[in-house]
Design a binder for this molecule. Structure first.
Ligand code: GRG
Length: 272
């Protein structure tokens, strides 16, 4: 979809404008390493897609989404570390700690997380948001990325101390909840925030289940291929039904994103 490619280009451009660190050189390079690799940018794309449907300022949505993208990339740096998944490759390239060493990779993750909040609170970074709305953005991003959200989910995952649903709800879906909710805040539609949060939750769970099916772990291991695919179908339908409930229609751009995520396993199903 043409519009989504254009949003992705604008997100990449805005990330470059917002990202200013240059010193210490190795730390700045390690922070930039994942952030400027060609990721899908699905989280900021969701924020701008929601804002477009609700009449919010797209550039402000992109800015808020860029902060979430920084947090997403910090989480990948830390997730790849020897103390966590101990991965050598990410997106087909050496992981951050393989390239820069473990200590710098830890610090790069820390600095990218902190930098997201520096960006969100930077003077005049938003054109249309009041100070209260900016605090609302910061609060949503904090809650969804911290102990109540992604970091809490990662801890549950490491300890295997909750069921897969609860782990995924926090580890993966929380940042998607933030992405949908931020589109609502930028559009000054506080009345829709609960619905957007639920939509983000279901979208995030769909994203994680399809990822598990492709990687043959998580839900794939727990339920087997057929049931995991049924579960993905169930989550997809929840997303599509949620669109109608929240927006009163099925916005083509958001439906396109849900289709793209779900099609990853639909196509899988038809491949030998
Ligand atoms: C270390 C605090 C901390 C959290 C880690 C994101 C995460 C939590 C772990 C990564 C491993 C994993 C399977 C996460 C589930 C979410 C997921 C599939 C992330 C990958 O996101 P994509 O596909 O990545 O959007 P790109 O490369 O497109 O940016």
């Amino acid at each position: 979809m043409e519009k989504i490619s254009l949003w992705r280009e604008r997100i990449d451009k805005r990330l470059k404008e917002l990202f200013l660190p240059t010193y210490p050189e190795d730390l700045a390079s390690a922070m930039a390493y994942y952030l400027f690799q060609p990721g899908k940018r699905i989280r900021p794309i969701i924020t701008v897609a929601v804002a477009e449907v609700l009449g919010g300022d797209e550039e402000d949505a992109i800015t808020a989404g860029c902060a979430v993208e920084m947090i997403h990339n910090y989480s990948l740096i830390h997730d790849d570390l020897p103390a966590m998944d101990n991965d050598d490759l990410r997106r087909g390239m050496p992981t951050c700690h393989k390239k820069f060493g473990e200590a710098i990779a830890i610090l790069a993750g820390d600095a990218l997380l902190t930098y997201a909040f520096e960006v969100l609170s930077r003077p005049k970074v938003f054109k249309t948001l009041s100070p209260q709305e900016i605090i609302r953005v910061i609060h949503i991003v904090s809650v969804k990325s911290g102990i109540e959200g992604m970091v809490g989910g990662q801890a549950l995952d490491i300890k295997r101390s909750a069921d897969l649903y609860r782990i995924n709800l926090k580890k993966t879906a929380a940042l998607f909840e933030a992405s949908f909710m931020l589109g609502g805040v930028v559009s000054k539609r506080e009345d829709l925030i609960g619905g957007l949060e639920e939509l983000g939750r279901n979208f995030g769970l769909l994203f994680q289940i399809t990822d598990d099916i492709l990687d043959r772990d998580g839900y794939f291991e727990l339920l087997g291929e057929e049931e995991a695919k049924d579960k993905a179908g169930e989550m997809y339908r929840k997303v599509i039904d949620g669109l109608e409930r929240v927006f009163g229609s099925k916005p083509a751009s958001i439906k396109f994103l849900a289709d793209k995520v779900y099609n990853r396993v639909r196509e899988e199903a038809s491949s030998p």
